[in-house]
Write a protein that binds this ligand. Structure first.
Ligand code: NDP
Length: 353
């Protein structure tokens, strides 16, 4: 238990010291490049099992990353009695059934974004975790960055007055090794909107502490998307508090760099290089005709390590995941509304139900 003034400090310390054993569902790039390290970086965290549909890939992945146990069936990994939590990083259409299985087995769940392909499924995932009494988080990484946390604090403390407008530059070149299901398999929830726009949404929601009300957008195929799959999108989200946020996301733009700007009545915050997986980027404050570099509130830290630390605290009942299941539902709702708006060629009021 966790509470103020250290009343339960001893029992909290005992809980905190117990190693949390993680199982990973999906022998995926994000696990290999970031999440295994982020889990094993916790003093109380260890990746203990991996599951891939392919037994050979599971064994090879386990061997490559010193993971003690490997499985090739979901029921076996979630049935592993020594595991406390499951991280789900499969293609998007699998998140729903795998989350239900993990929750049903009493495991805490950290699920990749987009949570699911429909809002109905995403709500059912959150409910299954609630009913099972386990923590569910969404792996939206950007709100963990020291840059975005600093921006949030400045915006919320009024540094730029009332926020009026925002712009997000998140058009990148999809790495060669990821040019698979994201651009050629519609059954997976492919395309740039569910891949990147959901991250923009989560970041803007976090910075503005506000919800998107209406969206409009156009999508395009600019060289990678096949069939009906979009690889570029530009659009506008209007927040309930009135902020208009413009966004540009793409898989085909190699040299733009990323960035985010928030413009308020008393100043503008301009952050460059911040829409990335690495703890990098810088912030400038434009105010009264001057440009001031902004010092970060905390030292840059790996975004995923920060996310897992928050998740561990939530498992101990001492906080909530950096991004909750509800955050994942909300970013998915906006992503789906963006796709609908682009298809219909009109404004769409976001439905969160
Ligand atoms: P990958 O394409 O690397 O892997 C996705 C799934 O494909 C794996 O879980 C694996 O499942 C299967 N797979 C892996 N290698 C092969 C192969 N050689 N042949 C056939 N199947 C294979 O996906 P990503 O890591 O890019 O993305 C996984 C999830 O994470 C997605 O939901 C994505 O949206 C999300 N993501 C989130 C990021 C973030 O920062 N939060 C960043 C990147 C991705 P199995 O082993 O069971 O077959």
């Amino acid at each position: 238990m966790c509470t103020f003034f250290g009343i339960f400090a001893r029992s909290h310390q005992e809980t905190a010291l117990k190693t949390k054993q993680w199982g990973i569902i999906g022998a995926a790039t994000i696990a290999r490049q970031y999440m295994i390290r982020a889990i094993n970086a916790q003093p109380d965290g260890r990746v203990a099992a991996i599951m891939s549909r392919s037994p050979e890939r599971a064994r090879a992945f386990a061997a490559a990353h010193q993971i003690p146990r490997s499985y090739h069936r979901v029921e076996d990994i979630v049935g592993d009695a020594d595991l406390d939590a499951i991280y789900i990083c499969t293609t998007n259409e699998r998140h729903y059934s795998e989350t239900l299985a993990a929750a049903g087995a009493g495991k805490h769940v950290l699920c990749e974004k987009p949570l699911a392909l429909s809002l109905q499924d995403a709500h059912a995932m959150a409910k299954a975790c609630r009913d099972a009494g386990v923590v569910m988080g969404t792996n939206h990484h950007l709100r963990n960055a020291a840059t975005h946390r600093t921006l949030m604090r400045m915006i919320q403390s009024g540094t730029i007055g009332k926020p009026l407008a925002a712009r997000v530059f998140h058009a990148v070149s999809l790495p060669e090794h990821l040019r698979t299901w994201r651009i050629n398999d519609p059954a997976t929830g492919a395309g740039v909107v569910l891949d990147i726009t959901v991250h923009d949404t989560d970041t803007l929601r976090f910075l503005l502490q506000d919800e998107v009300e209406t969206v409009t957008a156009m999508t395009a195929q600019t060289g990678l998307g096949s069939g009906i799959i979009e690889d570029a999108v530009m659009g506008v989200m209007q927040f309930r508090g009135g902020v208009m946020a413009q966004f540009h996301d793409a898989f085909t733009v190699a040299h733009a760099g990323t960035g985010l700007e928030i413009h308020g009545t008393e100043g503008s915050l301009v952050a460059t290089g911040v829409m990335t997986q690495a703890p990098v980027g810088e912030i400038r404050l434009r105010q009264a005709g001057r440009v001031h570099p902004v010092a970060l509130d905390s030292a840059p830290e790996d975004l995923y390590t920060h996310a897992v630390r928050c998740f561990h605290r939530a498992m101990e009942n001492c906080g909530s995941p950096a991004a909750t299941a509800e955050d994942g539902i909300r970013s998915l709702a906006v992503g789906l509304a963006v796709l609908k708006a682009a298809q219909a060629g009109t404004h769409i009021t976001v439905s969160y139900a």
